[in-house]
Design a binder for this molecule. Sequence first.
Ligand code: NI
Length: 136
Amino acid sequence: MPKVTVHRKAHFNSAHRLYRKDWSDEKNFEVFNKCSNPNFHGHNYELIVSLTGDIDKETGYVYDLGVLSNLIKLQIENSFDHKNLNIEVEEFKNLNPTAENISVVIYNKLIEHLPDHLELEITLYETPRNFVTYSG
Ligand code: NI
């Protein structure tokens, strides 16, 4: 069977601050620059969730994108959208909410709800020019 990748785009707005508690404000500014602002700042995150697998003989689908859309809404958008990631999202209580770490958290939250035969890849844009990918 041909292997095909299907993609679903999603979006969330979140606030964050990049810093280490064990560093001074000066040191945090040195490393994380404006992203270490103690009063937080926001990003319009663009998320692309990609699933690779065989085309199902019966349906012609790799995976139902409607089902994937609901899964992203339930698992990611409902927890991240219009939230302060550092304060309101459990996974970032002790984890710096960089695009890198956010993409790993998203991967881990989604993979447990997806069939084993599919490969998952996360693409996360923090700005139109800065983005990361993670596929486990
Ligand atoms: Ni930032």
